[in-house]
Design a binder for this molecule. Structure first.
Ligand code: GTP
Ligand code: GTP
Ligand code: MG
Ligand code: MG
Lengths: 282, 291
């Protein structure tokens, strides 16, 4: 399909460069992997388009498998609620993905509670409350303009008192370039740790698959102030492929945990490196 | 980072009496990489580089270069020229004027709708009616209501489940209330969602808007061309509002958008406040993209 003219000529490699850049793998990763695969090709005999694709796929999968990313599972001996915090820039799908996580985690009968810590954006609390109602999951909220850390604190107190299995914290979208807003997130963590020094168990960065290179910058910046444990990659039901997560894993060691593939609460799939790479270069 | 890349590229060109073919090839390769790093789409970059190579080889550029003048300045100016459009103002011919906002999920449409209403009120003394035509997202109508209340602009919440009907009713209401502009906020949708794209087409066909603006996130990467081409192909957009430019994304999507649609970017979003809306400045966006 790459118009192979019978040899791996410049056009062949240019086509691969185009294909990899266009799924947002970025220039550096693309050139590095193409050099590696091209350099690793032995005799003329084994250099076929199929082999090249296989080798590129293997390289990408090995990067994505280097850190396992999986959703948390509450074990019998864990007393307090597992705390999951979701952060990210504006509009990436945090609130919707939290609804999806709530649905998934409560499927086995686990008790999930949500904290509406976006006390800033218009109708943010109502949006999460509607999801809570749809899923039969309680939402802890306070007034707009209040301190998100105070809401988080009260939510963890309530979740603990009610023996909840999971507490998921929704936060306001914010650009990583705004220091005061990034400090606000760090404060939420500090305040939660007054109740339980072991939390949060998971801090997920929500990234929109349509993002270009800035997604990698976002990951680095959020990781500076928070113990990020994974990436939630959303909107993969579109045409964007989210290749930036390869750089994020390679450079920062942060794995992808789950993928958003639509606007319903059921549109969440757990991350599978092989399937994901097939989507990137298949 | 990129600016130092560009400075070195063109430092090699400046101060040289005559450019060798090798200088040009190397410099163009560096231009290509720099633009790709800024998220400009691959094929768009290829086109830009090819055109630049033609100009340089054809000596159009070199002849216009005075001794010591940096090639980068010429490249920069060419790009600014490319991003400039004489039709970049809002064309609001009808009474009431009709502005339709469309775009992917989370791009910033609802916020942009309210920003536009405030903009028209303050800059053009034009009253607006904000139409809550997103019946899909939880609390979307409530969101627009909160924003409308913040700026003293009326929100039209229709009855029933059809955005098309709500828009028709809103236009009637605006006419009878002598409101100057109807701004329609729509549900976020994928350009590949046939049903939702058809919904937009039906709106456009029944109530031809004065402006159909694609609201596009400045952080968008290579996918910008797919979104832009498809929205333009299906509903013939008149321009774009590029949002979230208050971040540090290079915003190469701006060049991709312009390149594949030929439409102007009319306004930019520079923050979450309703006052954070500015006229698109081609000079500033090119400087940002070229680093
Ligand atoms: N197609 C698609 N849309 C999604 C997906 N995830 C979220 N969305 C949509 O993206 C839009 C934004 O989602 P939100 O959950 O409000 O995003 P957010 O990050 O909480 O936004 P802020 O709180 O304003 O920063 C909504 O229209 C969602 O329905 C996904 O996986 N696919
Ligand atoms: N920093 C910044 N945030 C913005 C800007 N424009 C919108 N936002 C934020 O981006 C998020 C999404 O904005 P919305 O207006 O809800 O986006 P939308 O396109 O209506 O989303 P859907 O209706 O779900 O498709 C919100 O958190 C906004 O406050 C901007 O220019 N800069
Ligand atoms: Mg939210
Ligand atoms: Mg909206």
């Amino acid at each position: 399909w790459l118009g192979w003219s019978g040899k791996l000529d410049d056009d062949f490699w240019d086509d691969w460069e185009e294909a990899m850049i266009e799924v947002d793998l970025g220039v550096e990763t693309t050139l590095e992997l193409l050099d590696k695969v091209r350099g690793g090709l032995g005799s003329k005999k084994e250099a076929t388009p199929v082999i090249v694709k296989e080798r590129l796929g293997e390289e990408l999968v090995s990067i994505l498998e280097s850190e396992a990313g999986a959703l948390p599972r509450k074990s019998k001996d864990r007393g307090n609620p597992i705390v999951i915090m979701v952060v990210g820039v504006n509009g990436t799908g945090k609130t919707t993905t939290i609804a999806k996580l709530a649905r998934k985690l409560s499927a086995d009968g686990s008790l999930v509670i949500l904290a509406a810590c976006d006390t800033f954006r218009a109708a943010a609390i109502e949006q999460l409350q509607i999801w809570g109602e749809r899923l039969g999951v309680e939402v802890i909220s306070q007034q707009y303009g209040g301190d998100p850390a105070a809401v988080a604190f009260d939510a963890l107190k309530a979740a603990t008192a009610r023996s909840c299995d999971y507490l998921i914290i929704d936060t306001a979208g914010r650009l990583h370039t705004r220091t005061t807003l990034m400090d606000e997130l760090a404060k939420i963590v500090r305040v939660l740790r007054k109740i339980d020094p072991g939390v949060p168990d998971e801090v997920y960065l929500c990234l929109d698959a349509t993002f270009g290179r800035n997604g990698v910058v976002q990951a680095a910046k959020f990781a500076e102030v928070l113990p990020l444990t994974g990436v939630l990659l959303t909107k993969l039901d579109g045409t964007a492929r989210g290749g930036m997560v390869v750089s994020i894993q390679k450079e920062l060691g942060i794995p992808v945990v789950a993928l958003g593939v639509g606007e319903d609460a059921s549109d969440l799939i757990e991350f599978n490196p092989v399937a994901f790479v097939e989507g990137l270069i298949g | 980072r990129i600016s130092s890349k560009f400075q070195t590229i063109f430092k090699q060109i400046r101060g040289q009496g005559r450019l060798s073919e090798k200088n040009i090839s190397d410099s163009l390769r560096d231009v290509k990489l720099a633009l790709l790093d800024a998220d400009v789409n691959y094929r768009v970059v290829k086109e830009i580089v090819a055109r630049t190579r033609q100009d340089v080889m054809g000596e159009k550029v070199l002849q216009s270069l005075r001794p010591g003048q940096q090639f980068i300045k010429v490249f920069h100016d060419r790009l600014v020229e490319f991003m400039t459009d004489p039709e970049s103002e809002l064309k609001l011919a009808h009474t009431p004027a009709l502005i339709l906002l469309a775009g992917l999920q989370g791009a910033g449409k609802t916020t942009a709708a309210a920003k536009l209403a405030l903009w028209l009120k303050e800059k053009q003394k034009l009253s607006s009616l904000l139409v809550a035509a997103d019946l899909q997202r939880p609390a979307a109508v409530a969101q627009l209501e909160v924003l409308g209340n913040q700026i003293g602009v009326e929100i039209f919440k229709g009855k029933g489940k059809s955005p098309l009907k709500i828009i028709g009713d809103a236009i009637k209401y605006a006419k009878s209330s002598k409101i100057g502009c109807v701004i329609v906020d729509t549900a976020g949708r994928l350009h590949i969602d046939e049903k939702l794209m058809e919904e937009l087409r039906k709106i456009k066909d029944k109530y031809p808007p004065d402006e159909i603006l694609l609201v596009l996130d400045a952080m968008t990467g290579q996918d910008a061309v797919n979104v832009a081409v498809e929205f333009d192909r299906q509903i013939t957009i008149t321009g774009s509002i590029l949002t979230k430019l208050d971040g540090d994304a290079r915003a190469g999507a701006a060049i991709s958008f312009r390149s594949v649609t030929g439409r102007p970017i009319k306004l930019i979003g520079t923050g979450e406040k309703l006052t954070d809306l500015q006229v698109f400045d081609p000079e500033r966006i090119v400087s940002r993209i070229l680093g």
